[in-house]
Design a protein around this ligand. Structure first.
Ligand SMILES: [Zn+2]
Length: 347
C-alpha cells in the first residue's frame, strides 16, 4: 500500500510502498478515504527540535482521517466491516490512575497515532477498536476527516459555559476558526478573533465572528471599545501559541475571566502572574479531546444544525490527491489556507 513515511531521522517525507498493516484481536483496520493535514505534520516533515526528540523513524505520519472499516479483530464488538469511521489519535494505556478513573483524555502514558506509532497518511490504518468513532453513513467524508481538529476546538471552546459571554479567540488557524463557529453556535454574546493574517481572519468572519482583529495593526482594546465592552472579555481561547497573544489576552480580560490554552508555544515565555492573581483569572491547559464526550458533542452539533455544519465545512479550503502531498504541504506551510485535505480514495 501507499504510505507517507518519515524514512529516516531528518527533514522530508517519502511516499513509498509498504506492507499493509495486520489487524490484532482488539484492533480495527480502516481504508483511509480522506485525511487532514495538521500543524503537527508540518513539524514532522520539517524535523524541528520537537520532531527530532519525539519520532523514531521509520514512521507513517498523519492522524486526522476518515475511512471505511475493512477488517475487525476477533475480540471487537459493535464495529463491522463497511462502517464509516473516524479515529481518536490519542491511544491511552487503560492502566494509569486517570484511565482507570474514566479520565482517559488525561492519561499519563498517551501515545500519538502518526507520531509515536504508524498513522493515517496511508491507504490503510490500524488502531485500537476503542479509538474508533463510527460515523453516520450520510456524513460528508471531508467533515469526517476533521473530527480531530474540530474536537480540539470543541474541547477548548466548551471548557466553560459561553452563553451570553464575550469571547476572545487569539489565533485564526483552522482550530481557532472552528472554535469561533462553536461558541457562536453555543450562544456567545460577542465573538472576537485575532490573528496577523487577513486571509485567516476572513475565514473567521465567514463562520460568524463579530469582529476580526489584525493585531499587526490594531489593538484588542480598540476592538473592546468598538463592541461597547466595558469590563473586558469573560472567556479567552488561546489558539496561536504566540506569547504576545497571551500578553494581549490577559490585558483585555474581565476580573474572574477564564482562559483555555490550546496553542503550543515553541519555547517557554514569561506571564504577568501579578495580573492573573489580582484579576483572579483561571487558566487551563487543553490537549486533545475528551474521550468520547467531545466526539459525542461534535456529532450532535453537526447532526442538528445545517448552519453549523456549513460553517465547519467552510474551514476546508484546499483538497489534493494524496499523490500530490508535496503541494498540500507547501500550501499548508504558506498559511494562506484553512484546512487542507488529502484524498486517499484516488490512486
Ligand atoms: Zn492511562
Amino acid at each position: 500500500m501507499r504510505a507517507l513515511v518519515k524514512t529516516e531521522a531528518g527533514p522530508g517525507l517519502k511516499m513509498i510502498e509498504v506492507p499493509e498493516p495486520g489487524c490484532g484481536p482488539d484492533q480495527v483496520k480502516i481504508q483511509v478515504l480522506r485525511a487532514g493535514l495538521c500543524g503537527t505534520d508540518l513539524h514532522l516533515e520539517a524535523w524541528d527540535d520537537w520532531a527530532a526528540s519525539t519520532v523514531v523513524a521509520p514512521l507513517t505520519i498523519g492522524h486526522e482521517f476518515y475511512g471505511e472499516v475493512v477488517e475487525v479483530g476477533a475480540e471487537v464488538t459493535g464495529i463491522r466491516p463497511g462502517d464509516r469511521a473516524s479515529g481518536e489519535g490519542h491511544i491511552v494505556c487503560g492502566r494509569c490512575r486517570n484511565c482507570r478513573a474514566g479520565r482517559r483524555h488525561v492519561c499519563i502514558n498517551t501515545i500519538g497515532l502518526g507520531v509515536n506509532t504508524n498513522g493515517a497518511f496511508a491507504d490503510y490504518v490500524v488502531l485500537p477498536a476503542a479509538n474508533v468513532w463510527v460515523q453516520p453513513e450520510a456524513i460528508d467524508p471531508e467533515l469526517g476527516a476533521i473530527f480531530d481538529p474540530l474536537g480540539n476546538a470543541t474541547h477548548t471552546a466548551l471548557q466553560w459555559p459561553v452563553v451570553g459571554e464575550d469571547v476572545l479567540i487569539t489565533g485564526a488557524g483552522p482550530i481557532g476558526v472552528l472554535a469561533a463557529a462553536i461558541v457562536r453556535h453555543a450562544g456567545a454574546k460577542h465573538v472576537v478573533v485575532t490573528d496577523i493574517s487577513d486571509y485567516r481572519l476572513g475565514l473567521a468572519r465567514a463562520v460568524g465572528a463579530d469582529l476580526c482583529v489584525n493585531v499587526a495593526a490594531t489593538r484588542i482594546a480598540d476592538a473592546q471599545r468598538d463592541l461597547g465592552l466595558r469590563e473586558g472579555f469573560d472567556i479567552g481561547l488561546e489558539m496561536s501559541g504566540a506569547p504576545s497573544a497571551v500578553t494581549e489576552m490577559l490585558a483585555n480580560l474581565n476580573h474572574g475571566a477564564k482562559v483555555a490554552m490550546l496553542g503550543l508555544p515553541k519555547d517557554p515565555y514569561p506571564i504577568d502572574w501579578g495580573r492573573v492573581i489580582t484579576h483572579m483569572i483561571t487558566i487551563k491547559g487543553i490537549y486533545g479531546r475528551e474521550m468520547f464526550e467531545t466526539w459525542y458533542l461534535m456529532s450532535s452539533m453537526l447532526a442538528t444544525s445545517t448552519a453549523f455544519a456549513d460553517a465547519v465545512r467552510s474551514v476546508i479550503t484546499h483538497r489534493f490527491a494524496a499523490q500530490d502531498w508535496r503541494q498540500a504541504f507547501e500550501v499548508a506551510r504558506a498559511g494562506e489556507c484553512g484546512k487542507v485535505i488529502l484524498d486517499w480514495s484516488v490512486s
